[in-house]
Design a protein around this ligand. Sequence first.
Ligand code: PGA
Length: 255
Amino acid sequence: MAKRYLIAGNWKMNKTSGEAKALVEGIVAAVGKQTSVDVAVCPTFTSLETASKALAGSSVKLGAQNMYPKPSGAYTGEISADMLLDFGCTYVVLGHSERREYFKETDEFINEKVKSALSAGMKPILCVGETLEQREGGSTIDVVSKQVLGGLKDVPASQAENVVVAYEPVWAIGTGKTATPAMAQEVHAEIRKNLVSLFEEAGNNIQILYGGSMKPENAEALLKEKDIDGGLIGGASLKADSFASLVNTAISLSK
Ligand code: PGA
């Protein structure tokens, strides 16, 4: 089966809702009709409604950047899966390294979120990745495997088709440094093994995205690798033309 790419924009803490509207409109105008590649934008919570309206009727899907695992209750400042679904979110980014680092999120907590998102019918994009220190210390594969197995613990194989994993080496995020295609593929192949150990055959169909300074200049070489099924894009997702260019690269590789 030919792989199906997913190009997802992680906007992080950028864009007011007016700016989000303009960006979504630009993306929809450029790549909102094609259906050969999955495309998603993940704005801040405060721009979800505006973005949802601006992408209505297009093939571009909506995602959020985080959620709380409980359905409702006394959790001041938090947002549930049902609240995201209410705005038409298909995806939710979970366990991003910025959340692991600045908000002390653990694999156990991220696992609760993953299960809650899946039960609600959303597609979690589980982010994993090693720090520079861990890479230099030779523990990349152990670190990443632990994050994958921990984040997906007790997820039934019947829900595997809704899981997405993003490999994002921490040292490559927002730094302009990208893993070489071979370095990324090596880790993606290990993640694939983990997914097959968890979900058997279904693990072969899970999209594994690369993230970390992916941009129009380096996307093609990365996306050509066997187990790289798309990208989670930060900086280059904040401009319609660069994001559309990444989508177009994935479209041309799908042919
Ligand atoms: P970057 O961010 O593309 O700006 O490196 C990727 C991410 O953190 O998801």
